[in-house]
Structure formats: structure tokens, C-alpha cells
Design a protein around this ligand. Sequence first.
Ligand SMILES: Cc1cc2nc3c(=O)[nH]c(=O)nc-3n(C[C@H](O)[C@H](O)[C@H](O)COP(=O)(O)OP(=O)(O)OC[C@H]3O[C@@H](n4cnc5c(N)ncnc54)[C@H](O)[C@@H]3O)c2cc1C
Length: 382
Amino acid sequence: MISFTLSDEQKQLQQLARDFSQNEIATKAAHHDQTGEFPEEILKKAWELGLMNHQIPTEYGGLGLTCLDGCIIAEETGAGCTGIGTAMEANMLAEAPVIVGATDEQKKRFLTPMMHEFQLAAYCVTEPAAGSDVAGIKTVAKKVGNDYVITGQKMWITSASKATWFFVLAYTDQTKGHKGLSTFIVPANSPGIEVGKKEINMGQRCSDTRAITFNEVKVSEANRVGKEGDGFKIAMAAFDHSRPIVAAAAVGLARSAMEHAVKYSKERTSFGVPIYKHQAIAFMIADMAKDIEAARLLTWLAASKIDNGERNTLQAAYAKTFAADTAMKVATDAVQVFGGYGFNTEYPVEKLMRDAKIFQIYEGTSQIQRVIIAKEIFDRQK
Ligand SMILES: Cc1cc2nc3c(=O)[nH]c(=O)nc-3n(C[C@H](O)[C@H](O)[C@H](O)COP(=O)(O)OP(=O)(O)OC[C@H]3O[C@@H](n4cnc5c(N)ncnc54)[C@H](O)[C@@H]3O)c2cc1C
């Protein structure tokens, strides 16, 4: 049976996240956008309310929420500010591969403390010369006795200067292509780690994005996640959990842009009528509504599949691409509805247009999502 109705618990969670987003996030979004200040106090409050680390299982002290629950939270926080939302959700991206591939002992060591005190973690895969082409990374982890020595540079790492540990992808055997990749949990205070300057990005400006250099960083074998050679599989499997959450945040942004556009189009008049009476404006808003609804349904489908224990790689790619493209289009059209005011920093929609762009880039670009979708279609026909 297909149900499009949230349970009472999910409705309560949605209301909790919505209230938090309206009162604590939306009210401070402009300040964090203008200053680029990391929203640490907001994140601490979100953590206290149980709105972070939502995918940690109950046996490791987590709240036992589903991926769909995570999407409900992410849409609400995304409607408030996706810069703050990304800072909140970066933990989930770092934790997902640990949930997927780590041992019970590793999960107790790294996931349980995330529930006991406010902490951040970072997912370190991308490098200066390789993002989409994950197997093109250069970082190596050389086995020395019972340790590995990691050398290389990571780029565009969210929460880099705030994290207590890093999930790191590196080559343990460069002769084997992607089958020579392995993953490690590296404590952020390990000697040899250098965190770069805060990158000044187009949007989501308060999220902490930096390069990280690993200069012969020693990490115990006990911190290797999965077997040697399993790294690519583990790092990519994380996206099946995280892409629905990213898609949900994009839906939240689009929803917010549309709400601004609807309100403005009722207030602004031209040629003697509110501008929504012009069909060109009304149809733009009708398209926003239809695409937001479709993006949400794809997102919930991708989340529900993984919650049911089914493979969701294809649906996660549908959701991530469609929601990212929807956020970009809706935010751009919202600027259009505002006319000249849309282009001005004193009105809310230009920030949304800047913030929206990254959804088509991080966690796999919109082109890479289409590569995944096409591969799924043609592999199935073999
Ligand atoms: C703000 C921000 C936060 C980020 N956070 C993190 C993080 O926490 N951890 C992390 O590991 N990474 C992070 N990233 C990195 C992000 O995931 C990469 O930027 C992204 O995957 C694209 O990689 P790239 O920048 O190297 O672009 P490239 O891979 O060089 O791509 C350049 C262009 O070529 C296209 N392209 C490449 N290959 C193909 C292909 N086969 N077919 C069609 N088109 C193709 C791409 O779609 C893109 O348009 C972040 C990036 C940003 C900007």
C-alpha cells in the first residue's frame, strides 16, 4: 500500500523542526550570510533538540530516526537557511559511511560520543584535482607496522576546522584503481594535519569549507573502516543515505523561494493589478508549486526505499538531481518575480539563488547524477 501521509510522530518531528527553523534559523540567516560566521550556537541548540546526527542507530545512543525522518528535518531547516542546514547535515555525511562500513567497536568509539556531547565530523573525499572522478584522488595511506601513514590533500571539506574527526578516503594500493582505495577515521588533532583558510563561497557562506593537508599523518589500523580495497564502495554507499537528505534541503530552499514569490506577487502591482494576475507570473508560480511537490515525492521515495532495506541508488540520484535543479530554477524565477528588488541584497531571494547553486555541485554534480541514472538504465538492459 502506498501512503503519502506522515505518521503522528513524523508530524510532531516536522513541527519541532519547523518551529526551530522559523525561530532560530530564518531569523539569523541574513546575519550568517553577510558575515560568514559559523552558526555554532544554532547547531548546539539543534543538537540539544535531537535535530542532528539523526541517522545514528539506537544501539549506539542514537535516536533511531529513519532516512525519511531526516528528510523531514532537512526540508524544514533548509527552508530557514541552507547554509546553516549544510553545517548541520555535514555530520550525517561523515557518519553515513561509518554506519555503513564500520565495526561495532568503531561505531561505539566514534558515533556514540556524537550523541553524548556536541561534536562535528567531516567527510574527506574530494581533492584539488579530483571531485567527480573519485578514483583520480592522490592521497595515499602507507602501511607501517600496525599503523597507516596518510599523505595528501583534500579540498572543499565542509566543517573542516570544526570537526573532531575526519572520514578519509586514500589509496592503500595505487596499482588497483578504485579497488585499491580504503577509508579511515582520522582524529582531527592528529599531528601532521593542516587545515586551510575558510573558502569564501558564492552561497551557503556560513558553512565552513576548507582544504585539509595530511602530512604523514599516523593513524592506527584500528581506525581503518572496512577491509583494504573496500573504500570506494563504502564512501559511495554513504551517498544513498545522504543524497535524499540533500534533496530535502533543496526542496526546503525552493519552498521558501516560492513563499516569498507568492507573497510579493500579491503585494506588487503593475498595470493596475497585483502582478500574480498576469498569467506569465501566475504560471511561473504554478510551475514552482508542481516541481516542488514532485521533488518532495522523489525525495521521500528515495528515503523510503532505503528505510525498507531496498537499494535506492537510482531513486537517490533522481531525487538529488531533480530537487537541485528545482531549487535553482525556483530561486531564479523568484528573483524574476521580484524584478529589480530580486537582484538586491536587502530582499531575501538573491541569497536563495546564490545558496541554491551548490545543490547542483556537491554530493555529486547534476551531470554525475545523470551518469548514475543512465548507467542504471543501461546496466539493467544488459
Ligand atoms: C561548498 C562545497 C562543499 C563541499 N563539501 C564537501 C565535503 O564535505 N566533502 C567532500 O569530499 N567534498 C565536498 N565538496 C566537493 C564536491 O563534492 C565536488 O566539488 C563535486 O563533487 C565536483 O567535483 P569537482 O569540483 O572536482 O568538479 P569536477 O569533477 O572537476 O567537474 C567539473 C565539471 O565537469 C563535469 N563532469 C565531470 N566528470 C563528468 C562526467 N563523467 N560526465 C559529465 N560531466 C562531468 C562536472 O559535472 C562539472 O560540471 C564540496 C564542494 C563545495 C563547493
